[in-house]
Each structure stands twice: as C-alpha cells, then as structure tokens.
Design a binder for this molecule. Structure first.
Ligand SMILES: [Fe+2]
Ligand SMILES: [Fe+2]
Length: 163
C-alpha cells in the first residue's frame, strides 16, 4: 500500500508527464505551421514518449493498490520566436522535470518506500538521456543560426527520429 503523501506525489508527477506531452504537442503544432516537418516529427515522438511516462506512473499507482487522480492541465505556450527558442524551451522543461523527479526521489527516500525508489530509478536514468538528447539539438541549432541550408539539414536529421 502506498502512503498517502507518496500517492499524492506520484499522481502529481503523472499529471506533469501528461502536461509535458501536451507541451511537446503544442511545439509540434507550431513547427508544422512553419513547415519544419522533421522537427515537428521529433516533437510528436517526444509527446508520445511523455504519454508513455505518464502511463508508467498510472500503472504503478494501480499496481500498488493506490488511487489514480487526474488534475487540470494548463494550456501550453503556442508561440515561439524561432526554432532555437523552441528547443531552448524544451531543454528548460526537461531540466524542470529532472528537478521534480529528484524531489520525488527524495520524498520516497525519506519514507523508506524502497519499491517506489526502484520504480523511480528508471526516470532518473531517462532524464539523463532526455537532457543529453535535447542539449545536442540546442548546440547544433546554435551553430546553424538562421542559415537556411543548415536549418533544412537539421529538419531532415530530426525527422529521422524513430518512434
Ligand atoms: Fe517524461
Ligand atoms: Fe521528458
């Protein structure tokens, strides 16, 4: 059985992951509108991954005999200055999520909930990967600047993302 405060924190993170999915979907929509179809694909795949993260929390709460609770989700931002701006936002968002996962890990540690500690380990590792992959994109886009050929190359590259 989950402790009430752990259950609440897990449900909050479930919602955060859904919100992440929503944010990335909004980013995909903006990129589609600018005809960056490859970058939009990258964001669509990201949105689907975040949904899968949400479902991991969903399934875990159920498995522990807990109660899933869903909260309101704020409307995401829908306008960006350029592709550098959008990927910088995505990086900032991942760093925020890492902080939330660490906060959750700390809470669970204090509660000596070892099963949830093990469950959260996957997310700790995942965040390292997520931050690294978006940092790569941010760095490359910085080099490209507003060079059209570079932007088209990046669009083609990011469109190769599997998912
Ligand atoms: Fe996530
Ligand atoms: Fe993420």
């Amino acid at each position: 059985m989950l402790k009430a405060n752990v259950q609440e924190a897990l449900n909050k993170q479930l919602n955060q992951e859904i919100e992440s999915s929503y944010i990335y979907l909004s980013m995909a929509a903006w990129l589609e509108g600018k005809n960056f179809r490859g970058m939009a694909r990258w964001m669509r795949v990201q949105a689907m991954e975040e949904w899968k993260h949400a479902m991991k929390f969903f399934d875990y709460v159920i498995e522990r005999g807990g109660k899933v609770q869903l909260f309101d989700i704020a409307a995401p931002k829908s306008e960006w200055a350029n592709v550098q701006d959008i990927f910088a936002d995505s990086h900032k968002h991942e760093m925020k999520i890492t902080g939330l996962i660490y906060g959750l890990a700390k809470l669970v540690d204090g509660e000596a909930d070892y099963a949830t500690q093990v469950f959260l380990q996957w997310f700790v590792t995942e965040q390292v990967e997520e931050e690294a992959s978006v940092e790569q994109v941010v760095a490359k886009l910085k080099l490209v600047g507003d060079g059209h050929v570079g932007l088209l190359f990046m669009d083609a590259e990011l469109g190769k993302r599997a998912g």
